[in-house]
Write a protein that binds this ligand. Structure first.
Ligand code: PMP
Length: 391
């Protein structure tokens, strides 16, 4: 038996808990104000139209639905991207953002068999797992500063500056998981310059585009790398959160090549890798996303719904900070500076244990909480409990 996933184990314990008013902040899912996973109206419209048509389910091409990959490129790189105009981006539909990471890792293992992969300390735990599984040695670079509950930017630059040329650097585009701590645009510019100077290979993971500031703002890192003149970089993106389509497994891998010809060669290699793992992606999720992104009306509706999700997260962060301050705990102001679904709350393992045992509030032992699981009905309960365990 291999050890179970700690986050899924937490959910099992939560489900088995019979105390009323229990709250699960351990999840990695956006819940709406009523505590449910939303079905976006834009998605429902496409789904209903598809159900009426009842189309046959042939295989998709190995690299996915063209209407999906083309729309994805515009969303990730921007509609007027010179890289797209030059045909330098090879994009494939993948089985979620996770699939993009794994296929991208397999590709890089072929291109750079002796490279190491550097991930932030901490990072989404699956980053290490995926790159290890593709045969890479994974090292850490400094990122989170527990003393300030913010970014250790000096440490990050120092660590990246020590990496060997050709090292793959995994970067979170926005809404860093698990900390919620992001780089400013100015800081991104410095990282891009350093990565270029040291000849590192950027692999950008963008799982939360639109969950902090907006579609284009949240892709600032991608856009800066695109402008930098770096020949090659990789982007894995996911629609799990931004379309609330977790189980449909919708993601994409985009690889930027130095030339159109290189992008074509990369695409043929990516297709061979996909063919060897799962042959081709599934039809339904891709059709939903493509249907929304390629309709002016539904795209506008989706952007409105994405804005609602983003603003709800911001208001929960603000509410939590304000209410904690009212409970005599003003030191949590940083929660409002963090971005996306997650926050490193600064709570210790002992405090997290007390939250669960004494208050039926579930969080990860690292102190990571999912602020997207808060709502107006459970916020007071959570804040009162946090105020109690930090005393
Ligand atoms: N990267 C990060 C940073 C994530 O948080 C997640 C989802 N938790 C993913 C990638 C994977 O997304 P998906 O569910 O689409 O595979």
């Amino acid at each position: 038996m291999t050890p179970g996933d700690p986050i899924l184990g937490l959910t099992e314990a939560f489900v088995a808990d019979s105390r009323p008013g229990k709250v699960n902040l351990g999840v990695g899912i956006y819940y709406d104000e009523s505590g449910r996973i939303p079905v976006l109206r834009a998605v429902r419209e496409v789904e209903q139209a598809l159900a009426k048509e009842s189309l046959p389910r042939g295989y998709l091409p190995i690299d996915g639905l063209p209407a999906y990959t083309q729309a994805t490129q515009k969303l990730v790189f921007g509609p007027d991207s010179p890289l797209l105009a030059a045909g330098r981006v090879a994009t494939s539909q993948t089985v979620g953002g996770s699939g993009a990471l794994r296929v991208g890792a397999e590709l890089l293992k072929k291109a750079l068999p002796n490279a190491k992969v550097a991930i932030s300390s901490p990072s989404w735990e699956n980053h290490r797992v995926v790159f290890n599984a593709a045969g890479f040695e994974v090292v850490d670079y400094a990122y989170y500063d527990a003393a300030t509950n913010g970014l250790d930017f000096a440490g990050m630059l120092a660590d990246l500056g020590k990496l060997e040329p050709g090292t793959v650097v995994l970067l979170h585009a926005c809404c860093h998981n698990p900390t919620g701590v992001d780089l400013s645009v100015e800081q991104w510019k410095q990282v891009v310059a350093l990565v270029k100077d040291r000849q590192l290979l950027p692999f950008i993971d963008m799982a939360y585009q639109g969950f902090d500031k907006g579609i284009d703002q949240d892709a600032a890192a991608v856009r800066l790398f695109a402008e930098s003149g770096i020949d090659s970089f990789v982007v894995a993106n996911s629609y799990s959160k931004s379309f609330s389509l977790y189980g449909e497994r919708v993601g994409a891998l985009s690889v930027v090549g130095a030339t159109r010809e290189e992008a074509l060669r990369v695409q043929s290699l990516v297709k061979r890798i996909i063919r060897s793992i799962y042959s081709s992606p599934s039809t339904h999720g891709g059709a939903l996303v493509a249907g929304v992104l390629n309709s002016g009306e539904l795209r506008a509706l989706w952007e409105q719904e994405l804005t609602e999700m983003r603003e709800r997260i911001h208001s929960m962060r603000a509410g939590m900070v304000e209410k904690l301050a009212a409970h005599g705990a003003p030191q949590f102001g940083f929660i409002q500076q963090q971005a996306g679904m997650f926050s490193y709350s600064g709570l210790s393992k002992t405090q997290v244990d007390r939250l669960r045992e004494e208050h039926a509030i579930y969080a990860i032992g690292t102190g990571r909480i999912c602020v997207a699981a808060l709502n107006r009905n459970n916020l007071d309960t959570v804040v009162t409990a946090v105020a109690a365990v930090i005393r």
